[in-house]
Ligand binder design. Sequence first.
Ligand SMILES: NC(=O)C1=CN([C@@H]2O[C@H](COP(=O)(O)OP(=O)(O)OC[C@H]3O[C@@H](n4cnc5c(N)ncnc54)[C@H](O)[C@@H]3O)[C@@H](O)[C@H]2O)C=CC1
Ligand SMILES: O=C(O)CCC(=O)C(=O)O
Length: 433
Amino acid sequence: MLSSAPASAVHTLPSYLQADKLGPWGVYLQQIDRVTPYLGHLARWVETLKRPKRALIVDVPIELDNGTIAHFEGYRVQHNTSRGPGKGGVRFHQDVTLSEVMALAAWMSIKNAAVNVPYGGAKGGIRVDPRQLSRSELERLTRRYTSEIGIIIGPTKDIPAPDVNTNGQIMAWMMDTYSMNVGATATGVVTGKPVDLGGSLGRVEATGRGVFTVGVEAAKRIGLPIEGARVAVQGLGNVGGTAGKLFAQAGARVVAVQDHTGTIGNDQGLDMSALLAHVQAHGGVDGFAGADRMAPQEFWGVACEILIPAALESQITRLNAGQIKARLVIEGANGPTTPEADDILHDKDVLVLPDVIANAGGVTVSYFEWVQDFSSFFWSEDEINARLVRIMQEAFAGIWQVAAEHGVSLRTATFIVACQRILRAREMRGLYP
Ligand SMILES: NC(=O)C1=CN([C@@H]2O[C@H](COP(=O)(O)OP(=O)(O)OC[C@H]3O[C@@H](n4cnc5c(N)ncnc54)[C@H](O)[C@@H]3O)[C@@H](O)[C@H]2O)C=CC1
Ligand SMILES: O=C(O)CCC(=O)C(=O)O
């Protein structure tokens, strides 16, 4: 019966998986459509990438400090596990939705395959504004969420890590909760932990360092000197803060930054150490003395050579892509550019270094952390950074070559490399238990 079912019945996606409203999941589906013609015989398996393998929605009830009970919605999505356990961060943000987490999990599958770390893709999140919670409320929320998703995570099943508004402390609580529930300390259940708890040296800076590393490689290939280059950064958190600092240390001038508190600029270059100290102390860039305030919409048209979106998805759209003056866009954030904006930037000869390679440094050092936890043998920071740089440079070089061979964008080239790896694994494993 099944073999005679019409192809359309087999291939039609259920409505909740469709790209009717182009949120992040819709963007991801379009990216998969763009790569499919380059997959050869593996295109037969491409449907597997258009559906998450497993998606869990959990209710996370906590008692607030004032005695009331609040309920938050949490998610953990495992998009694909053909190449290994699920791997990807956990986001705490008031706008988190299931379909956003599905897209973030799918981009993890692509990213992990692009740098060839032995993982599938996963992601999690809670729909909450963590700034509205006290520290003890945040701890209760994190622990309850960890218990709820405990049925699908584990050191060999799915390994969370930090993402927007989560950090080493949250990972420590997650590790402790999971460990209490299984009755043994399980350091390998999360990465991005504090170094004293089995975390890795270099993980905090790893994503920004990866952004910088591949940014320098791309700049070399288009003849753009870093020394003196003007850089604009959106998002001055873990990723954007480190990337901006490393570009400034290499002689570039960070001339504009934008975060959730404001937009500021300085043509002479912002003092990044002072700015990061201000952000640490005040929670954002607003009020920083060494800069002029700018209107938010001015940010995208700022005169610069390098633009680093390092905040949230869908920031560069058909509405602002035309204003961009940079020659190189390095995607520190996941999914910051819509496919329409990609096309506009391509027509303007702006090189886009896509998220799925540009921000892969974080998960690469997460992989090192996981390996170190399993062997209980820890490496020096120099060793970690050297391995990170080597992996990123090699992955970038391979992707550059595939882009040249097929005459496609770096995004499509990265998807070609990654989807081939995932689907080859899928094909070899087969379908049945
Ligand atoms: N933390 C990591 O290791 C990795 C993070 N990423 C991605 O990088 C991006 C940033 O993540 P993190 O730096 O970890 O988060 P974070 O929480 O440390 O920082 C987020 C930054 O974005 C800014 N932001 C938030 N909403 C904004 C808005 N509406 N407009 C402008 N700025 C806004 C915040 O003010 C903050 O500066 C996300 O897309 C994340 O998925 C990607 C790979 C790894
Ligand atoms: O370090 C990790 O496991 C994942 C980081 C992450 O969420 C990302 O790369 O988007």
